[in-house]
Design a protein around this ligand. Structure first.
Ligand code: GDP
Length: 460
């Protein structure tokens, strides 16, 4: 922030240094230096064992030696040399690898700062890479996503963004919009004829389809990054804890024949379809149909807050009770398109009711936690609800900024459909503007850049 309150980006022409490895002790730690003085800084703090100087090291050279301070050896070290533009940042850069102790790394960084480097702020290395054209903005953000990825799906999506797959797909949409724009422009030259409807609609439809394909993965992308909560609902003793254990594949909760013995919430992690899930056993929420009538709203809210998706268990070996029906009424929307999957539990026991006993059109998946019957069907029903059509997609767009820009671009393209040529031209320009903010090759506000890179860690 400047005194006037404007957000501004840090300078990029000086030399920056930071510890690039995670805080704490590790076998190896890295201090990273980038900028025109990078090799001069290395020369001041590093003594190659085989003689020579870091100052002269070419790209790709690895030197073994020692970090020294006033003749004292700080640690043995490896120095990696990169010459612009062949480095991550596109600038001259060095990486100094030492033992990963915090005191060692702090001392090496301190020496670099004493030798002319400035302490880097969050994301400054990647910002330089972006400004030097080494990465587009979507790729730079993917670096952040990759560092933060905690699930395999999130990692895969980030890697897809980093290799430029997202940028390529955005490029296809941009070409379609540009083609439509060219048609509108051509129409200006022959105003008496106007743009033939079909010539404009083909690229417009292509642009919309491209945007929709990407947006269809937005929810899956969000879930793969943030995870989802899956609540197990049902009256006591219907088999919630047993199902939780069966889904996990190990004993996580106490299973008891005495109703109400599983108290409060019990949570356990599980990955389904690439989405990290937290399974929540809601045995602590007791309902009677009276209580449900009285506090149905509160209960619904409590469970909805606790979950993105729900499994409602109905014990198939016992006659349905009022409480079962009350839960069905509360959590299963008549449309069938709800976030609740109904399970007929204890399917290995003789049934006391058939699936047809439930509301018409409502399918309950017969599951036995004892034999494992129906578990796969349940897993795929849940996966389907979680990620739907995104399951087969190569890339999920999980970055909220990208999703917003795609939605805005979609609205503009949509508006261009059926608009007069003058308005269509403006709408298509808007759409191109929104798409450009994703890859960010031009025209991204400093403020946006500053807020993106501020989310990085120092040293990245
Ligand atoms: P919760 O109160 O809903 O968590 O139910 P529990 O998982 O504690 O199960 C209650 C009782 O039903 C226990 O005696 C379980 O062994 C039994 N049970 C749970 N699932 C099954 C099942 O699939 N088949 C059979 N035969 N018994 C089950």
């Amino acid at each position: 922030m400047t005194a006037s309150g404007e957000v501004s980006l840090p300078p990029t022409s000086d030399t920056i240094a930071a510890i690039a490895t995670a805080p704490g002790t590790g076998a190896v730690g890295i201090v990273r230096v980038s900028g025109p003085q990078a090799h001069a800084v290395a020369d001041a703090v590093f003594r190659p064992a085989a003689g020579g100087r870091a100052l002269d090291a070419p790209t790709g050279r690895v030197l073994f030696g020692q970090v020294v301070a006033l003749g004292d050896v700080v640690d043995d070290a490896l120095l990696l040399s990169f010459r612009r533009p062949a480095s991550y940042t596109g600038q001259d850069a060095v990486e100094i690898q030492t033992h990963g102790g915090p005191a060692v790394l702090r001392r090496v960084l301190e020496l670099c700062l004493e030798s002319g480097a400035r302490a880097a702020g969050p994301g400054e290395f990647t910002l330089r890479a972006y400004l030097n054209g080494k990465l587009d903005l979507a790729q730079a953000e993917s670096v952040l996503d990759l560092v933060n990825a905690s699930s395999e799906a999130a990692r895969r999506n980030a890697a897809g963004g980093l290799t430029g797959e997202l940028s390529r797909r955005i490029g296809e949409v941009q070409s379609a919009v540009t083609a439509a724009y060219a048609e509108v422009q051509a129409g200006f030259d022959y105003p008496e004829e106007g743009v033939p409807e079909a010539r404009l609609s083909e690229p417009l439809e292509r642009a919309l389809a491209g945007i929709d394909d990407l947006l269809a993965t937005a929810e899956a992308g969000r879930l793969s990054r943030e995870g989802a909560r899956l609540a197990l609902l049902g009256r006591p003793n219907v088999g919630k804890s047993s199902l939780l254990n069966a889904l996990l594949g190990y004993q996580r909760s106490l299973v008891s024949e005495v109703p109400g013995t599983t108290r409060d919430y019990l949570e356990a992690p599980l990955v389904l379809g690439g989405v990290p899930l937290t399974l929540v056993d809601t045995a602590g929420i007791r309902v009677t149909s009276d209580a449900l009538e009285a506090s149905g709203v509160d209960l619904t809210r409590a469970v909805s807050d606790a979950s993105d998706l729900r499994v409602l268990l109905l014990d198939r070996s016992q006659p349905l009770e009022d409480e079962d029906l009350a839960l069905l009424r509360t959590f299963v929307e008549p449309s069938g398109g709800s976030g609740t999957v109904v399970v007929a539990s204890k399917a290995d026991l003789p049934p006391a009711w058939e699936a047809g006993a439930l509301e018409e059109g409502l399918v309950a998946i017969a599951v036995s936690s004892v034999t494992g019957e129906g578990l796969d069907a349940l897993r795929s029903a849940l996966t389907d609800r979680l990620i739907g059509s995104a399951a087969g997609a190569e890339l999920w767009v999980g970055n909220e900024r990208h999703v917003q820009a795609l939605r805005r671009a979609r609205r503009s393209v949509e508006a261009a459909r059926g608009a007069s040529d003058e308005l269509a031209a403006l709408d298509l320009q808007d759409a191109l503007g929104h798409l450009a903010t994703i890859t960010g090759r031009e025209g991204v506000a400093e403020e946006t850049l500053a807020s993106i890179f501020a989310r990085f860690c120092v040293g990245k």
